[in-house]
Design a protein. Structure first.
Length: 322
């Protein structure tokens, strides 16, 4: 007969849920994916080499943690998106597959390991993102800055894009990141304001918008970028309004991609937006004055980020040319 001690031991041995806040939720419907969303399973020499370098340096990537459908394509080209400050997020967004809970202390050696991996991957452009760290007084801003500086030392020719949290109620955090001089400052709005309470309950739409605007005010030379998902129940008119809001904040680059449901416990996919609709949204964004718009079913913030950065610079040169 099991004793209380053995029972508690067995409970303690059980793996912690990746999303403890979602355990009690009802499962949401799962729509079958259309043909245009099917991707080949990862598996190539380039993919294996990238994975080996990531493992060797004991790093997290958003590619893995967020279950990105493009991992096979990107890692074949050695394009991994580094996720710093651990693999546990203090937020519990309804769309995200990153684990939630209380994170561990920051790893002071992580910036150097990221930089060494970037150098070993021989990347022209790197995207560095992170979990939300509401437990830190600066939201992790100093860790971002240290990572940027470490990459500049180890791989001086590599351009750097940061995809940061919103630094909500972290005065001075944004300034710390921008003063480290990333080439691109990215912060995703994720969805339209009317869906924030359901999809992104820990965030505030207009705070995120102001964060992007403030980044450009601090350093007008930095490119600013944001992204949203569609298929969550938003209307086209709401998406167009987000575009207007971002242009009012002087954001340069917008990405729009299809939301994909990580598990049946996450927010449901209300519909799959067609490639033709994405093309229409891209055209609308360009007409509104973005330097660059990337919109397709598989578009993600860091998908083809290096190629997009070259296009972004070329568009900027064309616009300022006499």
């Amino acid at each position: 007969m099991a004793t209380l001690t053995t029972l508690l031991d067995s409970i303690g041995a059980m793996p912690r849920p990746r999303h403890p806040e979602k355990v009690a939720r009802s499962e949401t419907p799962a729509l079958p994916k259309p043909n245009w969303l099917r991707v080949r399973a990862p598996g190539s020499p380039g993919y294996d080499e990238t994975r080996s370098i990531v493992r060797e340096h004991h790093l997290h990537t958003v590619c893995e943690e967020a279950a990105c459908p493009n991992i096979g394509d990107c890692w074949q080209k050695r394009h991994a998106t580094m996720m710093i400050m651990g693999g546990v997020c203090t937020r519990a967004c309804a769309f995200c597959n990153v684990a939630t809970g209380l994170p561990s202390a920051l790893d002071s050696d992580e910036p150097k390991r990221v930089a060494d991996a970037v150098a070993k991957l021989a990347l022209e452009h790197i995207v560095v993102t992170s979990v939300d760290r509401d437990d830190l007084s600066d939201g992790g801003a100093a860790h971002f800055a240290e990572t940027i500086r470490a990459i500049r030392t180890a791989a001086p020719e590599t351009t750097i894009e940061v995809l940061t949290p919103d630094f909500l109620r972290k005065d001075g955090a944004l300034e710390i990141v921008i003063e480290a001089r990333p080439d691109v400052f990215n912060h995703n709005l994720e969805t339209v304001p009317g869906l924030y309470l359901k999809i992104r309950p820990g965030a505030r739409y207009f705070h995120s918008l102001r964060l992007l605007q403030r980044a450009k005010e601090i350093d007008s030379s930095v490119f600013t970028k944001s992204g949203i998902m569609v298929g969550l129940g938003e209307t086209r008119e709401e998406v167009l309004q987000v575009m207007d809001d971002l242009r009012s904040a002087d954001v340069d680059f917008l990405t729009i991609g299809q939301y994909l449901q990580p598990t049946r416990k996450h927010a449901e996919v209300k519909r799959y937006v067609t490639p033709e609709e994405f093309e229409g949204l891209e055209q609308a964004g360009r007409a509104k004055g973005f330097l660059l718009v990337a919109a397709s079913p598989l578009t993600r913030s860091s998908f083809h980020a290096g190629d997009d950065f070259r296009r972004l610079k070329a568009a900027h040169r064309a616009r300022v040319a006499p």
